[in-house]
Every structure is written in C-alpha cells, then in structure tokens.
Design a protein around this ligand. Structure first.
Ligand code: SAM
Length: 499
C-alpha cells in the first residue's frame, strides 16, 4: 500500500506513527520484575506500555522488546501485568494495575466496565476509539492487499456513543460473576445480564446498560425481580439445566415501541404466563411480548418456536425514510441512527441513476435493497433466513414498494438461477466474508458496480482483493462506527468493473 497524503485519508505508516506517539507519552517508568537478563516466564511481572487494541478488543502493548497482549488496557497507559504464557516474542499477560494512567482514559458510564463482555473500552476517549478502529482497518488492508493502494477514510463516528442499541440480548445464568469488591460469600446463584469477559459460563448481573435504550434498564430490573419472586430457575451454561435462558429487549427509536422476548429451555406455559403477566403489569411501555423456546444446548436467543403472548409480535422502526416491522427473530441493524449513515454510504457508492437492476446479496430484512429501491428500476434481495425474507417482503409491501423481490435460499444457489443480470450488486456478507465460489460467479454476471459492506475488516480486505483480481477496481475504504466501545468497525467499499 503506497503512502498517500490527501487530507482526511490515512496510510499504514501514519497509523504506526500515531501508535508510537501514544506509547511515548507513557515513557519513563522504572522496571520492577524486569526480565531483561532472561526470557520472560509464566508469573513474571512486566510493565507494559499499551499502544493499541486489537480486533477482539484486547490491549496490545510492548515490554522490553516483547509484544504483549492483555484482556484490557487503555492505549497510552503503562500497566503492570503478570505473564500467562510466551510464544516467541509474543506474550499473553494478565493486567494487574495501572502504573501510569493514559491521557486518553475517560470515566466509564457503566459500573460493570472491565468485567462485562458487552463493551471492550467504555473508558477510552471516543476519538481515540475511532483512531484505533482506523488502525485496524489500515492493518487489515495493508496485511492482505498491500498492492491495491487503497485510501482509507477516517472512521465515521456513530451519532450517539451511548444508548445507541435498539436491541440487547441478556442471558439468565445460575453462575453469577462475583465482582471484585463484593464479599466472598455474596449469593451467586442467579444473574441476568451479559456473559463475563473471557468467562463464558458466568453472567454479570447487569443493573444498567449504558449502550441500550434507557427504557430497557427498568425492564431488565423488573425481569430479574419477577424471576426471583416466582422462584424460576436460571439456565446453567455447563449443566444445561434451568428454565430461563434469555431476555431480549428491542426498542424502536422512531416509534418508542418495545418488544420483549423471553426465551426458555422448554415450553412452560404456567410459569411463563405468570412472568409475562407481572412484567406487563409493571411496564405499560411494552407493546409486544413474545415467548420463545430453545431446547438446544447452544447458547443462542434464536428460538426454535415462538408464541406471541401480547401485542402484534413486532415493532415498527423507521430507517432511510421507510417503516420496518421487526419481529423477535429477525435481523435488523442494531444501531438505527448509525445505520442511516451506512445507508448513505451505500447510496453514494451505488451511485444509481434510476434505470439499474440492483441485487442485494445477503439482504437480511431487505434494509439496503428497500432503501435503494426508489432510485433503481428493480431490486432483488437474496437471503437464507426464512424469517428475514418474510419480513423483507412484508416491509416492501408496507412501504408500497413494487419493484422489489426477495429470493429465499443460499446466495450461491440464487445466483445460479435464471434471474437475468444485475447492473449493481450490494454485498453485505456475514463476518466470515464471501463464499469463495461466489466471486467467480459474480465475475461472470459482470455487474458494472459492486458495493461491498462488511463488519470484519480482515474479511473485507480478502474479499476486496479477490474482486480486484476478477476485474474490479476498488475505490476508497469508508469505515463507519456502528458499535461504540467495541472493536467492531463496518467498512463500505465501492468497486467499478474495469474496461
Ligand atoms: C450482515 S447481515 C446483512 C444485513 C442486511 N444487509 C441488512 O442491513 O439488514 C448478513 C445476512 O446474510 C445472511 N446469510 C448468511 N449466509 C447466507 C447465505 N449463504 N446465503 C444467503 N444469505 C446468507 C444472514 O442470514 C444475514 O441476514
């Protein structure tokens, strides 16, 4: 990747310079536990200068010439850490205490920061989070596709850094994570919240969550209280026993409608009915309540069967000037306000003149396809999840969109059918990226333009390089923050067919 100097765009070496500048601010510490004379071993103490965070939200730092990874650490700080293991020049260490605080540290809003697996670094200045995400994107493209010479724009900030999530999936657990300041004999047999960071079998009893809609905090507290009042057993992630598994709360930003979904391990109409009655009595703001059953061991809030106990079973949200009905099991962009920005980036990259046929592969509930339908001759969405396809079709109808159709099934099968040829293709695959066989098929279809969207910069770099090798010229990488306080970053890349 060649270095560029345009204002507002970045190159990998600029990112390295930024990282070093941060690290230098923490210089000048003494080195107790120094292991200069020999290679570090398990349980040695190190002083680690934290430089950055990685794609999993872990702190990445440096100590005595070794690269050190820790579960947490604010860039710009120096942290005393205990060595867990060393592989060549990479050390995994456990952070013990901050020796030199970072100028980038800010007070966290949430009491559970550090223990809860929901956010990675709520205590890092938001502008520094965006810098760190830019660095991840630069590293991904520089590592995988250095020859492409791509410009990477600064990461577009989310409109709201807090209260942004329209959906939270909380877990019930019989093994509560006991916080460090609690007495050792504190009751630990019940929790409702999020899995502890790096400790999947334990659940942090979340009292309030700063990234969800504020109204959901009260519902979370009542659900906990009601479960305890009724003596309902929470799920045990190791033994696979207990009734209560998940509480999903969805709040539509535009309409204020609230969907609550209770997921249990079996259909237990008596206890579930009592739970629902008490929750609805305490929260008039809940507009629909759904009961789902998941009998599988896998820890997922996706239910095998669902029953609407109250209300219409879906909530209405607005995005891109359209109204979407979202039911309990359907995918919908979790950060509505930032999703507006995503739609804007996709619109710009698609550059539709009005006469194009647009295919939206991996279309989910059709958000992008429907948002673009008004500027295209026709849109066709492809999606594997039947509930999302059903929602996409219903959403087209709800908005009076007549030039959209949705094809259910695997994209590969869909593309093998006789559906004509698209002028523009939108690709928004899951985290793993495009199926390898899809790229040659796309090259055969030869759309004029491709808009690639991904929440995984490494997969994005691999896929963009593959598309480039098949005759497409990528434009700028345009990253966007849909999930403040986490390492996730969305990228949009427009590609034009050569020749
Ligand atoms: C990142 S989401 C796309 C979201 C969508 N663009 C939106 O904004 O609502 C990826 C989607 O790909 C779907 N999917 C995953 N594998 C698929 C496959 N092999 N064929 C078709 N769809 C697939 C998932 O069900 C999911 O809805």
């Amino acid at each position: 990747m060649r270095e560029r100097t345009e204002p507002g765009s970045s190159s990998p070496s600029a990112a390295r310079a930024a990282g070093n500048a941060v690290a230098r601010s923490a210089d000048g510490e003494d080195e107790p536990g120094s292991v200069r004379s020999r290679k570090p071993r398990r349980d040695d103490l190190l002083d680690v200068r934290v430089i950055a965070f990685d794609a999993r939200g872990r702190a990445v730092g440096e100590s005595d010439g070794y690269r050190v990874r820790m579960r947490r650490g604010i860039p710009g700080s120096t942290v005393r850490a205990r060595v867990l293991r060393r592989r060549r020049d990479l050390i995994d260490a456990f952070p013990l205490e901050t020796i030199v605080p970072s100028p980038l540290a800010v007070p966290a809003r949430c009491a559970h920061v550090g223990t809860c697996g929901g956010c990675s670094f709520q205590d890092l200045d938001y502008a520094a989070q965006l810098e760190g995400k830019l660095r991840l994107v630069l590293e991904a493209f520089a590592g995988t596709a250095p020859a492409l010479d791509l410009r990477v724009d600064p990461v577009l900030a989310a409109p709201d850094a807090f209260g942004y999530r329209n959906k939270m999936e909380f877990s019930f657990g019989s093994r509560r994570y006991v916080e460090h300041d609690e007495p050792p004999n504190a009751p630990a047999g019940f929790a409702l919240g999020l899995h502890a960071r790096d400790l999947f079998s334990k659940v942090v009893d979340v009292r309030a969550c700063a990234i969800q809609a504020p109204v959901a905090d009260g519902i979370l507290a009542s659900a906990r209280a009601i479960a305890l009042e009724l003596g309902l057993a929470p799920w045990d992630a190791r033994e696979h026993t207990g009734l209560l598994r998940h509480l999903v709360v969805r709040v539509a930003r535009a309409t204020g409608e609230v969907l609550v979904s209770l997921v249990t391990s079996e259909d237990a109409p008596g206890p579930v009915g009592a739970f629902a009655e008490r929750l609805l009595a305490r929260h008039g703001e809940i507009t629909t309540l759904v009961h789902g059953v998941n009998t599988r061991a896998a820890d997922t809030a996706i239910a095998e069967s669902e029953r609407v106990l109250f209300g219409p079973g879906s909530i209405r949200e607005r995005l891109a000037g359209l109204e979407f009905a979202i039911s309990a099991g359907s995918f919908f962009q979790t950060n509505t306000a930032a999703a507006e920005l995503l739609v804007g980036l996709v619109r710009e990259a698609a550059a539709l003149a009005g006469g194009e046929v647009v295919w939206d592969l991996y279309c989910g509930t059709g958000t992008l396809a429907l948002a673009l339908a008004g500027s295209a001759r026709a849109v066709v969405g492809f999606e594997i999840a039947p509930s999302s396809i059903a929602d996409a079709r219903a959403n087209a109808e709800r908005n009076g969109i007549l030039n959209a159709r949705f094809v259910e099934g695997d994209v590969l099968a869909g593309l093998s059918g006789d559906l004509g040829r698209p002028d523009v293709v939108l690709l928004d695959p899951p985290r793993s990226g495009l199926h390898a066989k899809l790229v040659p098929r796309l090259a055969e279809l030869a759309p004029r333009r491709i808009v690639y969207v991904s929440c995984n910069p490494k997969a994005a770099a691999i896929d963009v390089a593959r598309l480039a090798a098949c005759g497409y010229t990528p434009g700028r990488v345009r990253p966007l923050d849909l999930f403040p306080h986490t390492p996730h970053v969305e990228c949009v890349v427009g590609l034009e067919r050569r020749g």
